[in-house]
Design a protein around this ligand. Structure first.
Ligand code: GNR
Ligand code: NI
Length: 167
């Protein structure tokens, strides 16, 4: 297993649209294992392949207390969404900044597992936030895109300032 490097804003590669996974081989399973290792070490509760510069439709999540409920979604698609919720989001590609984002409360997703077996699953609450946040990464979208231009520039300036201080 190896820990991967997480791309940070304003890296333009975060804007790449991921391609569907077509080959379910040992290399894919290794990538999934490396993404979990990277996510748990960060620490984070989700990670999209885009963030580790792999532009394939693959994401991992684990929002459980004991980090023992790993979820892998390959080629995820949202079938249905309903309700709304506001949740304070952070992102490993935007260290140190947090902002409220409004998203659907429930999402029903069709995806494949790491073997290519299709399944459907519903997510609600924080898990639904995380799925939508990670699926956005696969489309080249990031959580600050939802903020007003004023709020976004304020937060990004704050992030730059912190980065310079720690450099
Ligand atoms: O670790 C993460 N925490 C988080 C908190 C609130 C909403 C979304 C997230 S996802 C984030 C990890 C990450 O950047 N995934 O892309
Ligand atoms: Ni993120």
């Amino acid at each position: 297993m190896s820990k991967l490097t997480i791309l940070e804003f304003p890296d333009p590669r975060l804007r790449t649209k991921a391609q569907p996974v077509t080959v379910f081989d040992a290399a894919l399973k290794q990538l999934v294992a490396d993404m979990f290792e990277t996510m748990y070490a960060a620490p984070g509760v989700g990670l999209a392949a885009t963030q580790v510069n792999v532009h394939q439709q693959l994401l991992v999540m684990d929002m459980s207390e004991d980090s023992d409920q790993p979820i892998v979604l390959v080629n995820p698609r949202i079938l249905e969404k309903s309700g709304e919720q506001v949740y304070q989001e952070g992102c490993l590609s935007f260290p140190g900044i947090y902002a409220d984002v409004e998203r659907a409360l429930r999402v029903k997703v069709a995806a494949q597992d790491a073997d290519g077996t299709p399944f459907e699953r519903e997510f609600e609450g924080p898990l639904a936030v995380c799925v939508q946040h990670e699926m956005d990464h696969l489309a080249g979208k990031v959580f600050v895109d939802y903020l007003s231009p004023l709020k976004r520039s304020l937060l990004l300036k704050r992030m730059e300032k912190k980065r310079k201080q720690s450099a």
